[in-house]
Design a protein around this ligand. Structure first.
Ligand code: ZN
Length: 239
């Protein structure tokens, strides 16, 4: 029933914006470190939120990279039904853009062009000394505990937004711009508790707000349609 309603709203909409969180990538095998069965309950000396902080990166760089290579750098993952459906909608001209909290680059891998990666991407890495760019494979395959620049020896940092760091202002304003223009907003795979997710929703002026998430979110009562299911399964069932 709710799937039919969703299809109806999608059919009526001309400019969809998609806002996604970790739950969009779990069906690609990328764990959500905030979820109960995610990384929290795995063995590390610090909680993931501490390891993925700016202070920790510079103070315990070796431990950061051990965790990062092991848990964050999921280069074998491929796009799932959710990513593929969004790519199809962009090709068809129905989708204005994607705003994502994920750093896995799977929307680009699926073929989407207009993607605002609020928290950056594991696919971009740069030398903190000379600014040279490096591929994620360079980080993965480095024989050193800490990957270093092959030109100047400087420390390489992934272009991901760590805790204590601010969001890129161009990415944020681009995200706000597409959200403002959309007639339908799909918010999926996020509990809406992470900054700036909930705040971005206030820019939406369109007709239909749809939430797709496995669990209840604080915004459920504000939405026109709420579906508590897996994101890929839901989107994959649509035309
Ligand atoms: Zn360098």
């Amino acid at each position: 029933m709710s799937y039919e309603k969703l299809q109806q709203i999608v059919d009526e909409s001309k400019s969809i914006v998609f806002f996604g969180g970790a739950g969009v990538s779990t069906e690609s095998g990328i764990p959500d470190f905030r979820s109960v069965d995610g990384l929290y309950h795995q063995k590390y000396d610090w909680p993931p939120e501490e390891i993925l902080s700016h202070t920790f990166f510079y103070r315990h760089t070796k431990d950061f990279y051990r965790f990062y290579r092991d848990k964050m750098l999921a280069l074998d993952a491929s796009p799932n039904q959710a990513h593929l459906k969004l790519a199809q909608w962009e090709r068809e001209g129905k989708l204005l853009g994607i705003v994502t909290q994920n750093i896995d680059g799977l929307h680009s891998a699926a073929g989407n062009k207009k993607v605002f990666e609020l928290h950056g991407s594991v696919h971009r890495n740069y030398c903190t000394e000379c600014g040279k760019s490096f591929s994620p494979e360079y980080i993965r395959d480095s024989h050193e505990d800490i990957p270093r620049c092959d030109t100047c020896g400087g420390l390489i940092k992934p272009d991901v937004v760590l805790y204590e760091e601010g969001l890129d202002s161009d990415t944020l304003s681009g995200a706000i711009h597409v959200i403002r223009q959309a007639d339908m907003m799909i918010v999926a795979g996020t509990s809406l508790t992470v900054y700036p997710a909930a705040g971005l929703l206030q820019y939406f002026r369109g007709r239909n707000l749809v939430l797709i998430n496995r669990d209840v979110t604080p915004m459920d009562s504000n939405a026109d349609l709420v579906i508590h299911d897996k994101v890929g399964q839901v989107l994959g069932s649509l035309r």
